[in-house]
Design a protein around this ligand. Sequence first.
Ligand SMILES: *Cc1c(COP(=O)(O)O)cnc(C)c1O
Length: 383
Amino acid sequence: MSDSTGLRPDTVVVTGGRPEPVHDAPVSPAVVLTSTYRGAGEMTDTDRGYGRMSNPTWEDFEGVLGRLEHADLPALAVASGLAAVGTVMSLVPVGGRVVMPTHAYQGSQVLVDDAQRAGHFTVTRVDVTDTQAVLEAADGADLVWLESPTNPMLEVADLPEILAATRASGVLTAVDNTFATPLLQRPLTLGADMVVHSVTKYLAGHSDVVLGAVLTSDPDLWVRLKHHRTINGAIPGTFETWLALRGMRTLSLRVERSGRSALDLAARLAEHPAVTRVRYPGLTSDPGHVRAAAQVDGGYGAIISVELATDADGAQRVVEALEVWTPATSLGGVESLVERRRRHHDEPATVPESLLRLSVGIENVEDLWADLDRALATVRLGS
Ligand SMILES: *Cc1c(COP(=O)(O)O)cnc(C)c1O
């Protein structure tokens, strides 16, 4: 699907955010390091003003991400994915109510639990696959937070149906689109008010940047979100935004390659005797498959969760037997990462002890499989 300029996303990531095409212009954008800007007379809203308010290097990145998400306005880059979550949550009035999926990024869960404990707002948790339950909880809420697929259970929400209903009833919505990336899923086009990204993951793509972004097509929301960024100082590092744009140049290649490998590995894992369950919406046997197929564009992402025929220690031994895969939290980089999610003490008990989350990178898929197959042999199967 092309954006308003008629260019397709795999072109936009390459051509966007470049200097004016004039003779002798650099092909690559500059890293503009400055804390302030020359100004005269009264300061206006369009003045650059000061380094906490705006930066040309941020804008190179923000313009490209805005186009990828089909937003009418540029993205707002912030210090991290969680700063993006916090920026959106700042819109919830004191005494308000937020609807959260039972399974969602752990940091987002901690953030809303902290806010609830401090008396800022209350939280209603719902099974995000149960559209009726989501819409009932949304009634009278101040914000509906959605993640699809969810971390780490890979549950798929019916985004078109939920977002059409919340749009009609005027309930504010935000979708964490980190797992899908705007190449596969564009929630603003389905009626979401806001989208957030951990740019740290696929967008930057090389596990060397921590960065976040918020998007909206609503001018009033955009101004409020930007104001929050400025006044809370949740601003991105200039070099980080430059690196993120540099990483995004290859986003379409990385998403395509890692998605293809993930589908291949998920199918092989589903046949492996040491694996009791594979969660990957690209598998036709996955409970989220039909829904995902109807709402994504060209792939199912590159995160797979597997449950193993063993306990926590056995699953940990598999992780430690891997050589090509790196045992680490995080996801979305060129290198394949694996993690037993319950090693985090705040991961909900509904996440099985033996669940491993795999973030498939861009290595040769046969090397990835050989390594997995060898490590899975450490699981002692009962007769
Ligand atoms: C990592 C992640 C975040 C938080 O982003 P940071 O950049 O680590 O602050 C939020 N949502 C999802 C889905 C993530 O994977």
